[in-house]
Design a protein around this ligand. Structure first.
Ligand code: C5P
Length: 233
């Protein structure tokens, strides 16, 4: 990959966040006085290499979200019924010149800039796909109903975060082929037979899914030095 590559990012933020309990769509829930989505977009904007940024918002909220993100030079489109649909719709809105794409869940709104930069760097080094990962600390069982049918060796397992990075052409092919049940974009790319590389993730890039995650996120933010002081992480 040459230095002429143009990096863009898409942020699927159209989920309802049912597991978080009743309330606004997840990306618009408050965290330290601002919606999760604002934290997520600010985190991506801390990486100066990212040019165009497209957010997929819940369809009824597109105008409100555009206003909310007015300071961050973001294009807002309506998302779809599944996460995969939202990513595909946002991807279609990226300008033609973008050839490297980050896909970042709004729900991982505290990802440190060092993780974003590591993903971009691996793409520049030529990877077709890149995912930030952490070791798995729990033992993971395979079950059939309530019966345990197997135990996976956690030494070879990794928990995967976002942003995930891809050569745009590969990601578009992966979404065109699709694959039911895929829970991330790398899965679709793997299904094409393309190699996906890993870079170190970060505990603070956890996904806000359940109410306790919001409590943790508030605590992380309270301890954080201002974002500009974190570039050296
Ligand atoms: O529900 P989950 O936490 O797995 O969603 C991951 C991300 O995908 C969230 O940022 C959510 O807003 C987004 N999403 C979306 N469109 C959907 C469902 C989820 O953009 N239809």
């Amino acid at each position: 990959m040459t230095g002429a590559s143009v990096v863009g990012a898409v942020v699927p933020a159209a989920g309802l966040g049912v597991r978080l309990g009743p309330g606004a769509p997840k990306a618009l829930r408050g965290l330290a006085g601002e919606p999760l989505l604002v934290h997520a977009v600010r985190g991506l904007r801390a990486c100066s290499q990212i040019g165009t940024l497209v957010v997929a918002a819940p369809a009824p909220d597109v105008e409100d979200v555009s206003r909310l993100l007015a300071a961050y030079d973001v294009l807002v489109v309506a998302g779809g019924p599944q996460r995969q649909d939202s990513v595909r719709l946002a991807l279609a809105a990226l300008p033609e010149e973008v050839d490297l794409v980050l896909v970042h869940d709004a729900a991982r709104c505290l990802v440190p800039p060092s993780v974003v930069e590591a993903v971009v760097e691996a793409l520049h080094a030529g990877a077709a796909g890149v995912v930030p990962v952490l070791p798995v600390s729990d033992t993971v069982k395979q079950v059939d109903g309530t019966r345990v049918v197997g135990t996976l060796d956690r030494a070879v397992l990794r928990a995967v975060q976002t942003p995930q990075g891809f050569r745009r052409e590969v990601l578009e092919r992966a979404h065109a082929a699709s694959c039911s049940g895929a829970t991330d974009d790398a899965w679709l790319v793997e299904a094409l037979g393309e190699v996906v590389r890993t870079v170190p993730g970060d505990d603070e890039a956890f996904k806000i899914t359940r109410p306790l995650d919001l409590v943790l996120a508030e605590a992380v933010l309270a301890l954080r030095v201002p974002l500009e002081g974190r570039h050296g992480r």
